[in-house]
Ligand binder design. Structure first.
Ligand SMILES: [Zn+2]
Length: 346
């Protein structure tokens, strides 16, 4: 099966400051290996990308090292809502953290959040990490400021039900779900130990089932690819996050094989809708070749991501990525070492 390249609007490239977890080279190689041609990188790095100078420097540093297209979010802080013109020129969107997660970025007050919702251009993507009651806060802020909001990694039944109701009421809200919240539960998280630590935390089977039954409400599948080293995940206090770029398409097209959604709908969720919502230019002469059949088992290692592990290891999939072509250049499974860089940042 040949499908358009996937667009992943939620990826942690870990640059700057996290090169032992991921590098621009390994993160974008993981994207291509997973059938992803464009990624949007999150700003909770070290330092966080929360000044125009730091964001510009990071994009300049990675420009010659990336293998697929990359955009970068600007990170909202309590004090940086006034730099909008400069941020807007270089960022793919604004990311606002309303709950605690990995890294130091988090807004502390309603006033700070309101300032960003008011200042950030309504025509540009605004993404929130907003769990539980914060989902309602984000939707309320978007409605009050007459601007769209995109809710990252929706994981709970009550959140997806609220988003469904908000959409029904005509409010400008879109959302993404991750493969790990669609496939894994709290029970899997216990079995995975530190490797199962993630934010939002893995939820109940009822929550997972609610995401599937509300798939018509979901706009994008985004991986929230958040690599950490095995050493870190085996530590007494493992940081939250798990890699996902190389397993998203195999899992989604396994669901297609199982009749849980159509191939057309999978392409919408993985490619067409995220590209439209985030205004990501579609690269010419680009496609992904999938092999359907199997079943194949997700391996324990041998991934392109520097983290080189997967929470889905051992899971049976009925699809795999044979090659990803980006602007006429094919990146096949057997050609890992010969990847060449063509693309750029946007
Ligand atoms: Zn994330």
């Amino acid at each position: 099966m040949v499908i358009p390249g996937a667009v992943d609007v939620h990826v942690h490239l870990r640059h700057p400051g996290g090169s032992h977890k991921e590098t621009p080279e390994t993160g974008t190689a993981a994207a291509l290996a997973g059938g992803v041609v464009a990624i949007l990188a999150m700003p909770n790095t070290l330092p966080p990308l929360a000044t125009p100078a730091d964001l510009r420097a990071s994009l300049d540093q990675i420009a010659t090292r990336i293998r697929c297209d990359v955009g970068a979010y600007y990170g909202a802080t309590d004090t940086n809502a006034d730099m909008i013109a400069e941020q807007n020129a270089i960022a793919c969107g604004l990311k606002i953290y309303l709950n605690d997660t990995y890294g130091p970025l988090r807004l502390e007050t309603l006033a700070a959040a309101a300032q960003h919702f008011s200042a950030w251009p309504a025509s540009r993507p605004l993404v929130v990490h907003a769990e539980g009651l914060m989902t309602a806060a984000a939707i309320g802020l978007a409605a009050a400021h007459r601007r769209p909001v995109h809710i990252a990694h929706v994981s709970r039944r009550e959140e997806i039900e609220l988003i469904a109701a908000a959409k029904e009421a005509g409010l400008p809200v879109t959302c993404e779900v991750t493969p790990h919240h669609l496939w894994l539960t709290h029970a899997d998280g216990i079995a995975l130990g530190g490797y199962g630590e993630v934010r939002p935390a893995l939820a109940s089977a009822a929550d997972r089932d609610a995401l599937w039954s509300h798939l018509n409400v979901v706009d994008c599948i985004a991986t929230d690819h958040a690599p950490h080293s095995r050493e870190e995940k085996e530590d007494v206090s493992p940081p939250p996050g798990m890699p996902g770029l190389e397993t998203s398409l195999p899992l989604l097209f396994t669901a297609v094989a199982d009749g849980r959604l159509t191939a057309d709908r999978a392409v919408e969720l993985l490619s067409t809708t995220p590209a439209r919502l985030f205004r990501i230019p579609t690269p010419a002469h680009s496609e992904v070749r999938l092999e359907l059949g199997g079943p194949w088992s997700v391996p324990d290692s041998g991934f392109q991501t520097r983290a080189d592990w997967s929470p889905f290891a051992g899971m049976a999939v009925r699809a795999r990525v044979v090659s990803t072509t980006l602007r006429g250049q094919s990146h096949g499974m057997a050609r890992k070492s010969s990847l060449r860089r063509e693309p750029g940042t946007f």
